[in-house]
Design a protein around this ligand. Sequence first.
Ligand code: HEC
Ligand SMILES: [Cu+2]
Length: 358
Amino acid sequence: MDHISPVLWQFLDKWLTHFSLFPPEASKIAPESDALYFFMVLVSLVGLTIVVLLVVAFSILYNKKRHPQAVQIEGSTLLEATWTIIPLGLFLIMFVWGALLYFRIYTPPANAMNIYVVGKQWMWKIEHPGGQHEINMLHVPTGQAIQLTIISQDVFHSFSIPAFRVKREAIPGRYTTVWFEATTPGTYHLFCTQYCGTNHSQMIGDVIVMTPEDFKKWLESSTSGNSLAQDGERLFASLSCNACHNAQPDARGPGLVGVYGAQLTLATGETVTADDAYLRQAILDPAQHITQGYTPIMPTYQGQISEDGVIALVEYIKNLHTDYRLQETLNTTQLPPNNEVKAPAPGQQPAAQKEVKP
Ligand code: HEC
Ligand SMILES: [Cu+2]
């Protein structure tokens, strides 16, 4: 932190890390979060010292031997104003400082790389957009904002990386997000910090921070062959979503191309932004939000698709930038082995719609 003397800061940091009171600071936000924390500890210590000094001083100065007869003193506006305004000012500093930090921690930058995290009794499943899956491990590069989209498959969990000063609840039925930017390559602890059943204490893992080059190598060596969006594409076809969402003029469902991030008008006249959470709900509980101009005919898929499946579908819809992709999904439930689907040559009609298997 630049507003604290660098020497003092390094001393504090080294000392605390050395005594394991504090985890290392391995993300961009960590020193900032610590600075606020130390400020609060400092204010508390000063307050504690003042109170202790006054208690001791008063009990000596005004004890019964010196003052057998108590004298009542009443009213001092100056004194009362002082002990009101100074703490108020200090608390307001903490409030504003904390709020600014909070908004930074919970508002991912637009260029953040998204990674999905599914918590379940008792493990963390990590899914990279490229289709790399990990269990109780999270590989990330340095110098890149990483956004985590977190959900639980069963009970409440809490995803925490102390070295990054990052923690977020994993809630069943709802996506939550948090982001960080790792600064130092290394291995850091990953915890579930919410008691979630018998083996809660084993719901731990490692975050492996790598240089961007090493991370690229890791991504290439850990690929499962299919990206998440490709998994989603298969699922989309095998669940016959394309019976209604097929970008045809007479389609019974709205087109899904470019829907991610768009402003949708609902039948109630409200507008909503189609983010991850909205897409998830649109699939699992379509009756909740009916899009204007459509009848509520979409069946609910609650209980039929796992959280991993929903993530794959959401990732597929997110990556639908052209109708062509949707047409391909229509044409086949089995993608070509290399998954390389060539775009149609300019002027050429996209592949015609074939019959969709029921
Ligand atoms: C029987 C036809 C039908 C099927 C099958 C169907 N949908 Fe829908 N879907 C609709 C209709 C109609 C709407 C618009 C009304 C609404 O919001 O419920 C819709 C809305 C949506 C939306 C919200 C987007 C928007 O613009 O409103 C998403 C996302 C979606 N569907 C995804 C899917 C997925 C994924 C599947 C397969 C698992 C699927 N749908 C299966 C008919 C269908
Ligand atoms: Cu847990």
